[in-house]
Design a protein around this ligand. Structure first.
Ligand code: PMP
Length: 404
């Protein structure tokens, strides 16, 4: 574990003269030196644009970019042509809603989302539904963070065109029974799109094992740079989804009156792509693959959840919001509240002691309003977190409860 921590320069620093306890990994993760070095080295010694140039630097850049695509594909068990580089999960979800949704959703169609969806899923599909006069229906979420599977079955019908859901909820840490949801969607002829922002970073996704038409994730949540993410499209979707933004790079042939486009994935990557970031993401994925046994990593993260949940259980004013049993077996984040203490005040005081957690509605305002959970505090774990981090957080919470 220390071998891993020492790879991350920022984890060696202090915050307000306290050792840094970084527990906001569901928002974004820290970067290992190898990723920083890769970015520096590429900008300093190899930089040129991809795709067009016929000189050695440009050819190298193109080869590195396409190699990054192959690395990203291998990370989720896909083929390189299935991988569209985006700026992140939000971008990928907008491409699905505005590209696929715009072409295939019609008045009266139904789109199923879960109540816990991140704003990055909620808003694009809400916007599309309003434009098309389609209807969004929501799978209810119970106060303990469990999904209401029985209601989901009742919501499905011949009008259901697509089911879009987070694999792991960023609010509760709940992992869904993905294949069950996918198969039931398929049984009514609906498409199934996955927000894998909170699962791919933990090595939870192999597209060979799940039935999924498309999925999105973000590089910055898995040790990669900001500004890079992946939209995976299966073969059928690549053909049935029009590009939603157009420009250079995707063109096969253009005239003053019309143009034809290259096949996927380049058809979906108009403009100069974020190729340095993609190369940085590939370095992050290679780092993770070489350094981490994902099964062990998930067991260790669940162990940290368990330690935190048990510690909070000893504090009468603390309440965990989430599927405790599941989190202790396979979780990587724990959301909780402290009675009588506004979440933002608690997070600010913890921050003053070097402890970084998230507070608020966690980008899921409708759910927070429905369940009265505006004041959640979330601690989220990644490969470099230790039992010491949890113990320092628990001590910090005790201090918060004493002071506030
Ligand atoms: N979905 C989930 C479940 C998330 O947790 C996040 C990030 N908090 C996103 C989508 C959006 O990711 P990004 O901001 O990188 O586009």
């Amino acid at each position: 574990m220390n071998a891993i921590r020492s790879d991350f320069p920022l984890l060696q620093t202090t915050l307000n003269e306290y050792p840094l306890v970084y527990l906001d990994n569901a928002a974004t993760t820290q970067k290992p030196k190898v990723v920083l070095d890769t970015l520096y080295q590429f900008y300093a010694q190899e930089y040129a644009s991809v795709g067009r140039g016929l000189y050695a630097l440009a050819e190298n850049a193109t080869a590195r970019y396409e190699a990054a695509r192959a690395t990203a594909a291998a990370f989720i068990g896909a083929q390189p042509q299935d991988i569209v580089f985006t700026s992140g999960s939000t971008h990928g979800m907008n491409m699905l809603a505005h590209g696929w949704g715009n072409a295939h959703i019609k008045a009266g169609d139904e789109i199923i989302l879960a109540e816990w969806e991140h704003h990055s899923t909620l808003l694009p599909w809400q916007h599309l539904a309003a434009e098309k006069k389609a209807k969004i229906v929501y799978i209810p979420v119970f106060p303990d963070g469990a999904l209401d599977y029985a209601s989901y079955e009742e919501l499905l019908n011949a009008r259901t065109k697509v089911v879009v859901i987070s694999h792991v909820s960023n609010v509760f840490g709940t992992t869904i029974a993905i294949e069950r949801i996918a198969q039931q969607a398929k049984a009514v002829g609906a498409h199934f799109f996955l927000d894998a922002a909170q699962s791919v970073p933990h090595g939870m996704v192999n597209v060979q094992d799940i039935t999924v038409d498309a999925l999105v994730f973000s590089g910055h949540k898995m040790c990669g740079p900001t500004g890079i993410g992946v939209l995976y499209l299966n073969g059928a979707l690549q053909k049935s989804m029009p590009a939603y933004h157009l420009g250079g790079g995707m063109v096969y042939e253009a005239s003053f009156t019309s143009s034809s486009w290259r096949p996927a994935p380049h058809r979906f990557e108009a403009g100069t792509p974020p190729f340095v970031q993609a190369i940085g993401l590939a370095a992050a994925m290679t780092y993770l693959t070489q350094k981490v046994n994902f099964k062990q990593m998930r067991a260790q993260e669940a162990e940290l959840c368990s330690r935190l949940i048990k510690g909070l259980a000893l504090m009468p004013r603390a309440q965990v919001h989430g599927p405790r049993t599941q989190l202790q077996q396979q979780g990587h984040l724990v959301s909780f509240s402290l009675s009588g203490v506004p979440a933002h005040d608690a997070a600010a005081l913890l921050g003053a002691h070097g402890i970084c957690v998230r507070a608020g509605n966690l980008c899921a305002q409708p759910l927070a309003k429905k369940l009265g959970l505006e004041g959640l505090i979330r601690a989220s774990f990644y490969i470099y977190n230790t039992a010491d981090d949890v113990d320092l957080l628990l001590q910090g919470i005790e201090e918060v409860l004493r002071v506030l």
